[in-house]
Design a protein around this ligand. Structure first.
Ligand code: OAD
Length: 241
């Protein structure tokens, strides 16, 4: 619960943080109305088969099926609005310029709330790129101007590499961080899941915000059971005020 008393060490880490990194996953967007992936009832992967929708092979075999599913998800994202947790992180960045958000989300909600220092590990759902040459293109064209290849959402699918510059920035930020928050992620998908684990291995304090338990563990882990939109405004008030 977001009103439970906070550990005094944790409060000091928040107040003293000069280079905080916030890793976010699908649970960060849940209260904005974007479904998560792995939750038992409501998760997308409970209702749809990722192998049929989120792999390069699926797109090569049934491009229209994949594009239709992404069109539906784009509609959900277009309707979503940033919540108090996104706004709190934007405020923290304004007060502490070195804050870096590393997100697995493809919805752009952090930027819509005003955050600027955002590393997007899994791409962006509101952009297209060429499946063959990677050139970015304006939706809703169907083929790429440069090579004539088919356009697809600019997101990372299962079996694909993460964009190298984003991964490098994320690893660099975590290696310099003095506090890491892991918000709304099951920490099951690599390499994003390794980021809080690396911080824990280095003895850096890590705060996990999640209504459910995850497998993250470590001596310097603080677990806050509850929702992002409830916890983040409270933590940022401690860090900034
Ligand atoms: P998951 O769906 O695996 O996990 C979402 C987590 O958010 C779960 O642990 C939930 O308990 C938690 N959660 C739900 N509501 C929350 C709330 N209001 N506040 C805080 N936490 C909440 O999503 P990710 O960990 O982001 O990749 O998944 C990682 C990647 O797997 C995604 O980027 C996507 C997916 O397949 C690709 O599509 C490549």
């Amino acid at each position: 619960m977001a009103n439970e008393p906070l550990d005094t060490d944790l409060m000091e880490h928040l107040r003293g943080a000069r280079r905080p990194v916030v890793l976010t996953g699908a649970g960060m967007s849940a209260e904005s109305g974007v479904p998560t992936f792995r939750e038992a009832q409501s998760g997308l992967w409970a209702r749809f088969d990722p192998v049929e929708l989120a792999t390069p092979e699926a797109f090569e075999r049934h491009p229209q099926r994949v594009l239709d599913w992404y069109a539906w998800r784009r509609e959900q994202v277009a309707k979503a609005r940033p919540h108090a947790g996104h706004q709190a992180l934007a405020r923290w960045e304004a007060a502490c310029a070195a804050l870096v958000i590393v997100t697995q989300n493809v919805d752009g909600l952090h930027q819509r709330a005003g955050s600027r220092n955002v590393v997007e590990l899994h791409g962006r759902i509101d952009r297209d790129r060429c499946h063959h040459c990677g050139e970015r293109a304006e939706t809703p064209a169907r083929v790429c101007a440069q090579c004539g290849g088919p356009l697809r959402p600019d997101v990372v699918w299962f079996g694909e590499m993460l964009p190298e510059p984003a991964l490098r920035r994320a690893l660099g930020a975590v290696s310099e961080a003095d506090l890491v928050l892991s918000v709304g992620t099951s920490t099951l998908v690599q390499p994003a899941a390794s980021l809080p684990a690396e911080a824990l291995a280095a003895g850096v304090p890590v705060v996990e915000i999640n209504p459910e338990p995850t497998s993250l563990k470590g001596r310097t882990l603080y677990r806050l059971r509850g929702k992002a939109a409830e916890w983040l405004p409270r933590l940022v008030a401690i860090a900034c005020d």
